[in-house]
Write a protein that binds this ligand. Structure first.
Ligand SMILES: [Zn+2]
Length: 395
């Protein structure tokens, strides 16, 4: 089922706005519309800039709003040649910073170059801690949620949101903007606000921006009615959902495989193992395990058919916090079946034959993320800025 493409009747600028407080402080950088069919983040940013312009709220630091994929926004398409939220691999970012030669179609390379420049300028202006918020919507209906690259620093922000926090989604896909910004040492949060054209999604995006501004310390939510209401706006929709979920499966969509999601699935809907979720030319696609479905694909463009997740207890998050504070990852290569990758300093190779006991889960607890999996071999690496940012001194 394809949703009808909305007619686009407005113009878009790369810089949506910059609001600088009288006092120095943290910086929040927000991107809306890195997918061109997701305009709600841009509208929400405009609303927040309007409110800030009208009200003297003792703002500290800076808020920058950036439009992601300008050409796709103008067309109302998710992307042009390549998905602009799948191109930020370390290799390509390095190529772009060297000035090419481009390995994307000219229009995509131009978007990536301009977005990279706009982000770099905002990061370079920052005098304090930098937080980054990437605003998205989905083709399916459902409640809003927060996406997290699981570092202790990101968790501090993510758990300020009264909405489910989803771990591990970025591990299943390469080249997402959040991971690139995370590797620079900034706080990174992704936010999925709801269905693309649902007016509620704009309100949810606005709430997310206020919650981030408050968490960063740019505003005091008690002084701004919209910021105060933000928490209730999200809580009303999400209080029946698990606080934390981990992604366990991603169903990729290959070009020409005829993937067609069965109608009616919503984000967070419970599905059972074996339940037929979609059809392809090769036959039915059944749920690989019981859990909750996220981001079922109901639009023409996109490489992710759906994701399956399940809830994680807060107990395990506390355990992993302790393990990371104790720097237990330094002992990783003592674990059976785990050795350092001789070619990549930050990576470890896990032999799943030897390390049979939930190897990825254990590596997650210590703060590693999956880089890739080949047969029985798992490659994991640690995010550099887990407990401390690039400018924080060692404690
Ligand atoms: Zn998106």
């Amino acid at each position: 089922m394809l949703t009808e493409k909305p007619t686009v009747s407005r113009s878009f600028q790369r810089i949506i706005g910059v609001h600088t407080g009288r006092k120095p402080g943290p910086s929040l950088v927000c991107v809306g519309g890195i997918h061109g069919n997701e305009t709600s983040g841009i509208v929400a940013l405009e609303r927040v800039f309007d409110t800030l312009a009208k009200k003297d709220c003792n703002f500290q630091g800076e808020l920058t709003g950036i439009a992601g994929n300008l050409q796709a926004l103008r067309l109302g398409d998710r992307y042009m040649g390549d998905d602009l939220n799948r191109v930020w691999t370390p290799e390509r970012v390095a190529l772009l910073e060297r000035g090419g030669p481009p390995d994307l179609a000219p229009a995509d390379w131009q978007e990536m170059t301009e977005l990279h420049a706009a982000l770099s300028e905002a990061f370079e202006r920052a005098t304090g801690e930098v937080a980054f918020l990437d605003l998205h919507t989905s083709s399916a209906f459902g409640e809003p949620f927060v996406l997290l690259g699981d570092t202790i620093r990101n968790r501090r922000f993510a758990f300020r949101f009264p909405a489910p926090v989803i771990l591990g989604l970025e591990e299943t896909i390469d080249g997402v903007l959040l991971e690139h910004v995370n590797s620079l040492g900034h706080i990174t949060i992704g936010f999925e606000a709801g269905q693309h054209d649902d007016p509620q999604s704009i309100c949810n995006q606005e709430a997310a921006i206020w919650i981030m501004l408050n968490a960063a310390g740019c505003v005091d939510a008690n002084q701004i009615p919209a910021a105060r209401e933000a928490f209730d706006t999200l809580r009303r929709q999400t209080q029946h959902l698990p606080a934390v979920m981990e992604i366990r499966r991603r169903r990729p969509v290959e070009k020409g495989d005829g993937f067609n999601m069965r109608p009616g699935y919503r984000n967070f809907q419970q599905v059972s193992a074996g339940e037929v979720l979609a059809e392809t030319h090769a036959g039915d696609v059944a749920a690989e395990e019981t859990g909750r479905i996220l981001l079922p694909l109901y639009q023409g463009q996109g490489n992710d058919g759906y994701f399956l997740g399940r809830s994680v207890s807060r107990f395990w998050l506390r355990v992993s916090y302790l393990l990371r504070r104790l720097h237990v990852h330094r002992l990783a290569s003592w674990l059976p079946g785990v050795r350092r990758d001789p070619d990549h300093e930050a990576c470890f190779i896990v032999d799943k034959h030897v390390a049979r006991f939930f190897p990825l889960q254990i590596m997650h607890l210590m703060g590693f993320r999956k880089v890739r999996q080949r047969g029985d071999t798992l490659i994991v690496s640690r995010r550099r800025y887990d407990l401390r940012g690039p400018n924080d001194r060692a404690s």
